[in-house]
Design a protein around this ligand. Structure first.
Ligand code: AMP
Length: 436
């Protein structure tokens, strides 16, 4: 095949119908689990003022420093495609006065995101996340419930066994000020052993040095002062409670004192689901508490906690685990016809079958019945209905079971009920299903 004239931009992918089965399945699970827990859906624009992310994510983070698609509007405003959702959701929360709503405010989303990173396996420039945010409550029981919801969704998708929940606390803002001083003292004089990124980040945000993946930085990090040495009693209590709640909920976890997460806005709880095989490299999602962010974005001080998961990564694990999402695109019935009278008659039949929730495809061309049966076969239709001039004259229709190759002639007026019965009423999605 010659190469196509155009290809999708580097780092982006078309989601073809077979892949969409996975996306639809994940969306269904997420919607179901979130609704059960009282969450309501939110969507924000795919781009925001650049400052929303600079302020919300911290301007020393990799995402903000290197990975954003930034552009200028015609009037010269700096805008950016969203690399994640928490900053945008918090912007919307403040803008729409959601602090007036009964607390906690529980929101969820399923959206595309954009990061200008080097494309590689499991890392794209446009990818999809679902996630949730709970605003207005600081109790560790909320952190536990957010983690439980994430864990439950992993279970529903069939990937929970492949993942390890890593969990840590990064304390309160005051704890971190103290800890940063200790780290700064420790790293001062050791700059030569740090990677270029860490050298640069050392003064502004030394905490990030603990999370660097470079070999030399990791060795230094392993000998650095421990957060637990400076952590205040309240922070310790929050973390201890959270672990008790997770035990109660029977969610397995691993404490990981080096986990700090890439974004600046976290406080207290941070967590990530890592691959049991490749560790952090292929994390499916993560989150944590961000008690300072709402205030940073111009709202009243509001405790909050959230989680986001990468859908492409989850799909990779689902495929690895041989999880097959249900195929709702299955063609149930193919209606074949020959001759103008039969063609006319087939049109209302197609619509009657569809109204009853039967996925129905009809041939409209002038092909022979044999050619139409080949098409029905290629579309993997379960049944074919054949309507020729003879059948129209006699008030009948031919019903063919495609897998068995057997067929029978039945009265035309019985066909819709017959198909509903054959396909099983319960598995059909009637036109009213969206009202339920
Ligand atoms: P983060 O907010 O960076 O922790 O991202 C949360 C999750 O989103 C990650 O664990 C990944 O599953 C997914 N993710 C982040 N960046 C990308 C990307 N560039 N391509 C695909 N998935 C991503």
């Amino acid at each position: 095949m010659s190469s196509p004239l155009f290809q999708s931009p580097k780092g982006t992918r078309d989601i073809l119908p077979d892949e969409h089965l996975y996306f639809s399945f994940i969306k269904k699970v997420v919607r179901h689990r979130c609704r059960q827990a009282g969450y309501r859906r939110i969507s924000t624009p795919v781009f925001e003022q650049l400052e929303v992310f600079q302020r919300g994510l911290g301007d020393t983070t990799d995402v903000v420093e290197k990975e954003m698609f930034v552009f200028e509007s015609k009037s010269g405003k700096k805008l950016a495609l969203r690399p994640e959702n928490t900053a945008g959701v918090v912007r919307a929360y403040v803008e729409h006065g959601m602090q007036q709503l009964p607390k906690p405010v529980e929101l969820y989303y399923i959206e595309p995101f954009f990061r200008y990173s080097r494309p590689q396996a499991g890392r794209y420039r446009q990818f999809h996340q679902f996630g949730f945010e709970v605003l207005g409550e600081g109790d560790a029981a909320i952190d536990a419930q957010v983690i439980y919801l994430a864990y439950k969704i992993n279970q529903d998708l069939g990937v929970a066994d492949r993942l390890n929940l890593q969990i840590n606390t990064i304390g309160s803002t005051e704890d971190r000020v103290k800890f940063k001083e200790d780290l700064l003292n420790y790293y001062t004089g050791k700059e030569r052993s740090l990677c270029e990124d860490c050298k640069r980040r050392k003064d502004k945000n030394p905490l990030r040095l603990l999370d660097c993946k470079e070999e030399d930085c990791r060795i230094l990090a392993s000998l650095a002062p421990k957060f637990s040495d400076v952590m205040g009693a309240e922070s310790k209590e929050h973390f201890a409670r959270l672990l008790e709640y997770l035990d109660e909920l029977k969610v397995p976890y691993q404490k990981n004192p080096y986990l700090v997460r890439g974004l600046d806005y976290y406080s207290h709880t941070v967590f990530e689901f890592w691959s049991k095989k490749d560790g952090a490299q292929n994390a499916t999602g993560g989150g944590g508490r961000y008690d300072g962010l709402v205030e940073l974005m111009g709202g009243a001080p509001t405790p909050a906690v959230g989680y986001a998961a990468g859908m492409e990564r989850l799909i990779d694990y689902m495929k690895e685990a041989d999880i097959k999402p249900p195929n709702k695109d299955q063609v149930h019935v193919f209606v074949a016809q020959l001759g103008l009278v039969a063609k006319k008659k087939s049109l209302p039949l197609l619509s009657q079958l569809r109204e009853r929730g039967i996925n129905t495809v009809g041939a409209v061309g002038k092909d022979s019945i044999k050619a139409q049966m080949t098409l029905a076969d290629r579309m993997k239709a379960e049944y074919a209905l054949i309507l020729g001039e003879v059948e129209v004259r006699e008030g009948t229709i031919i019903l063919r079971n495609m897998a068995k190759g057997s067929q029978q002639t039945i009265p035309y007026e019985d066909i819709v009920e017959k198909m509903v019965k054959l396909l099983g009423e319960n598995k059909l999605e009637s036109k009213k299903m969206w009202e339920e």
